[in-house]
Design a protein around this ligand. Structure first.
Ligand code: KG4
Ligand code: ZN
Length: 371
């Protein structure tokens, strides 16, 4: 049973073919990232994103068929990202999926983008068994979910403002790093000195499992402004300036790295603390970390360090950021369970704003308590 998966929610076009027979295995996936296209604008330009998806989706589909040695007529269902995401970008993938499914006379399987992320560790060897807690940390979302099975999710906590990835990207921009800055900021942080620049830990002491990252981004802005205005490279009461470093934009490379390190430490501290608390509250022993920020090495190192009494599962790096493989996988699991299948010619829709919990209740399955 072959499921084609199509991802087009933001700035990556992804197409993948998943064989849902038996244990299930990914046959092939192909990806085109628009990072270079949007870099000049410092962020995703929705109209450019849509137009580029139109250009890429068919060649990627042909590549997946060629590389896997399968024909279009072998496909049994077409899964696509229905939301959340950019409306125009989603429409390209959805329209392509609908057209193909109609031509082949096979059903459509609409998939929630975050469901794709949180199931993505199931693409790897040694996949976690249900139930587990999932920490979803992407450019648009930061959530802790209790996952009981496919389509059975309860929200435990989420960000009240910016997503962790968004805070990474905005802080990276402040430090002069190119879009999307998360990975670049993390590399810069590797050269920073621990404890030199200290950031607050937002909501660390709050009793709930919610997050807040917009203040952290503002704290970074204030630090950078203070450094630019200071004569000695550090604000009053700050740390000492290092000899022999090159000045750039009012502060040197070492200072930039110190800021990056301090920022990353603050974000990671909060993510780790709340994830451990979520596991304890739920009485669960498996944590899945998914989404682009899940690629962050420091986050992985710290989680592994504190992982006593529980195991942490990560998707492979190529499946952390957006891709078609996770949509094909989620589509295959939904198809197997008979969830949200649209018969050929049944039409399509997109949901730019779509909370995962409401997608879970639409599945008609019992959802776990959110504790
Ligand atoms: O999951 P994703 O590809 O797209 C969304 O669904 O949002 O996540 C992209 C986000 C961006 O904010 C990017 O900067 C961040 O993930 N990211 C990272 C790293 N790699 C990607 N953030 C921190 N450290 C990384 N290594
Ligand atoms: Zn994503």
């Amino acid at each position: 049973m072959l499921i084609l998966g199509i991802e087009s929610s933001c700035d990556e076009t992804g197409v993948a073919l998943f064989d849902a027979e038996g244990e299930g295995r990914l046959l092939c996936h192909a990806l085109h990232t628009q990072i270079a296209l949007h870099r000049a604008y410092g962020g995703v330009v929705p109209e450019l994103a849509s137009r580029d998806h139109i250009r890429r989706v068919l060649p990627l589909f042909r590549k997946v068929l060629k590389d896997s040695g399968r024909k279009a007529t072998n496909i049994d269902a077409v899964a696509y990202t229905q939301g959340p995401g950019l409306a125009g970008a989603l429409l390209v993938g959805a329209a392509f999926a609908e057209g193909l499914a109609f031509a082949l006379g096979v059903p459509l399987v609409p998939v929630h983008h975050l469901e794709g992320h949180l199931l993505s560790p199931l693409l790897s060897q040694g996949a976690p068994a249900f139930p587990f807690v999932a920490l979803l940390v992407s450019g648009g979302h930061t959530q802790l979910m209790r996952v009981e099975g496919v389509g059975r999710y309860a929200l435990l906590g989420e960000t009240l403002d910016d997503a962790a990835g968004e805070a990474f990207d905005k802080t990276a921009k402040l430090l002069g790093l190119p879009y999307p800055g998360g990975a670049a900021l993390s590399e810069l942080a590797d050269h920073g000195r621990p404890g030199r620049v200290r950031f607050p830990r937002p909501m660390l002491r709050s009793k709930d499992l919610n997050f807040s990252f917009s203040g952290l981004k503002t704290a970074a802005l204030l630090k950078v402004q203070a450094l630019r205005n200071s004569t000695d490279g550090y604000p009053a009461g700050g740390v000492e300036k290092t000899e022999g470093t090159e000045e750039a934009g009012g502060f040197d490379d070492t200072t930039r790295a110190d800021i990056a390190r301090g920022f990353q430490e603050a974000v990671v501290d909060v993510l780790v603390d709340k994830s451990v608390r979520a596991l304890k509250n739920c009485g669960l022993e498996r944590l899945v970390v998914a989404g682009g920020v899940g690629a962050n090495r420091e986050l992985r190192r710290r989680l592994d360090q504190v992982a006593r009494g529980f195991t942490v599962f990560y998707p492979e790096l190529e499946y952390c950021t957006d891709n078609g493989a996770m949509i094909a996988l989620a589509g295959a699991l939904r198809f197997r369970e008979g969830l949200s299948i649209v018969p050929p010619g049944g039409g399509f829709s997109v949901k730019p704003r779509w909370p995962l919990e409401s997608a879970a209740s639409e599945s008609g399955l019992p959802c776990p308590a959110a504790v």
